[in-house]
Design a protein around this ligand. Structure first.
Ligand SMILES: N[C@@H](Cc1ccccc1)C(=O)O
Length: 509
């Protein structure tokens, strides 16, 4: 369990796009090499087999093309993790969460039974692969996954993020078959650690218009039958008079070390004028009642997302690289920017642009503290080798993933000497990234007539070629710049070795 999610509505983002981002972290002590690839319809399975739960699932015969950032090694299945399809629907799956024992007793997980060989249900390994290629809106994603959960069940608790050019939906599974989903208000963001977070569900809306809430068809009966509702009328803070977080979720001491501090720090950054640090602050790192969604004080940028996804409680006594507090306080809470991040993909969908080039995947590999996400257009037929051909086992400077991992290890060990080098790299990647996207958008707009409806098929292929070229240009620049950073950090770290000795045998220039 270790990811961190940040989602931003189109009226809360700097440019009117919807933005969803998640650190895809592996378990403690493990590191999963990642790459960026396109799955063509012909390569999508029609009969799907999962690894972990030994499940077989028939899939529709009409998948669309989609781009994902999966594991390189097949040992735990696909684990697509982050993806955008050619209809400009994005998914990030999953934010591992937890439900309380009452829920698990009422609706147990559907796990693989090794003794009998009985297959289990679906899980993180499968979710994007069996949903994203078949949906045209974020809502359809929620509906398809909800139906699959009811049909085959799941063996774990997950938060799943869906977005399109208009809406962001966040879905949480509840036990083995049940689920709920909230539409993120357009003017809000939600900062989500590994904890069931939805703090209000309008069941009346979910059973009628479904404007902002959706859920399992039998959720209301499930709640009543198993006495799961813990909302008390005289203490009802939930926006819709039913508090799922209190009813289905957890609020343990471990949550106050591992989860609530991350939500607190993200809200502290995006709502900076509030009191977050004094003894009288309404919320602290251990608060279990931080709002699920809230309006930011300023429009949220890609740089805000990148900073937070690589953050480590800067400016507080909890910063593992800090100089205030104590050795204990600096390692008290689990930072968002952690050593075992495999990839962070921030998916941005821009409604004002033609569908052909509406979606951008800002991708970084390795620990976000020592790198920055670079933009890659999603609607392409292939991806640059520097991000596609990550070796599954051997570190190599020929791939972005391994180069970032090597930089991070050395920069971590020599934090104060290398931080200026990393900060400059981050700024250079962000500047180049925005330059490339703006230039590419503009040059495609100048060919707008090529996108006229009657020229669609030919035009779309031409646009995909142009987007592929833009992605390659980004990757080529990124490879040179990242290699430069590796060289700089290596030199600095070499001079900082414990056996360094300033005297030389000959005073050389
Ligand atoms: N989804 C997990 C991380 C994870 C990734 C891949 C496989 C298993 C777990 C989390 O939220 O931390």
């Amino acid at each position: 369990m270790s990811c961190t999610t940040l989602i931003v509505g189109k009226a809360a983002s700097y440019d009117g796009s919807t933005i969803i981002a998640r650190n895809d972290d592996s378990g403690s002590g493990k590191y999963d090499p990642k790459h960026f690839v396109v799955i063509a319809p012909a390569d999508q399975p029609r009969e799907y087999h999962s690894v972990i739960s030994h499940m077989t699932l028939d899939l529709p015969d009409d998948p669309c093309r989609y781009s994902i950032v999966p594991d390189v090694l097949p040992n735990r299945g696909v684990l697509a993790e982050s993806g955008v399809n050619e209809h400009n629907v994005a998914m990030s799956a999953t934010e591992t969460i937890a439900v309380n024992p009452r829920v698990l007793a009422a609706d147990p997980f559907v796990a693989y039974d090794e003794a009998t060989g009985t297959p289990g249900g679906i899980g993180e390994e499968d979710i994007i692969t069996i949903v994203l290629p078949y949906v045209r809106t974020a809502r359809e994603g929620v509906e398809r996954l909800g139906a699959l959960l009811a049909e085959v069940g799941t063996y774990e608790s997950n938060g799943i993020i869906f977005s399109d050019a208009d809406e962001v939906w966040y879905m949480e599974t509840i036990g083995g078959h049940h689920w709920m989903a909230r539409r993120l208000p357009d003017d809000c963001y939600a900062a989500i650690p590994n904890q069931l977070g939805i703090d209000g569900l309008d069941l009346d809306d979910a059973y009628s218009e479904r404007r902002n809430s959706m859920c399992s068809p039998d959720l209301r009966d499930f709640i009543d039958e198993h006495h799961l509702d813990r909302t008390l009328s005289y203490n009802d803070h939930s926006p819709s008079h039913f508090d799922p977080r209190a009813s289905f979720g957890t609020a343990t001491p471990k949550d106050e070390i591992y989860n609530t501090p991350r939500a607190w720090f993200m809200q502290r950054h995006l709502n900076p004028s509030e009191d977050w640090d004094s003894p009288d602050a309404p919320y602290g790192p251990n608060s279990q009642d931080l709002p699920w969604a809230r309006q930011p004080e300023y429009k949220v940028t890609i740089e805000d997302v990148a900073f937070l996804m690589g953050s480590h409680f800067q400016g507080t006594d909890f910063d593992p690289y800090g100089t205030t507090g104590t050795a204990e306080s600096r390692h008290r809470y689990r930072p968002i920017g952690v050593n075992r991040t495999g990839q962070m993909t921030c998916m941005q969908i821009r409604p004002w642009l033609p569908e052909a080039y509406r979606s951008v995947m800002w991708i970084s590999f390795g620990c976000g503290t020592f790198t920055a996400p670079a933009p890659f257009y999603a609607n392409v037929t292939d991806t640059p080798a520097y991000l596609r051909d990550t070796p599954g086992k051997d570190a190599s400077t020929d791939s972005l993933y391994w180069t970032n991992r090597m930089v991070a290890v050395m920069a971590d060990a020599h934090w104060f000497d290398t931080d200026p080098l990393v900060e400059q790299y981050i700024e250079d990647v962000q500047v180049r990234g925005h330059e490339l996207v703006e230039h590419t958008d503009r040059s495609l707009a100048e060919d707008a007539d090529a996108l006229a409806d009657d020229a669609q098929p030919v035009a779309l292929d031409a646009v995909r070629v142009a987007l592929g070229e833009a992605n390659q240009e980004m990757a080529t620049w990124l490879q040179r710049r990242t290699q430069d950073l590796l060289n700089e950090v290596l030199l600095t770290a070499s001079n900082g070795m414990n056996n360094a000795f300033r005297m030389s045998d000959h005073w050389t220039k």
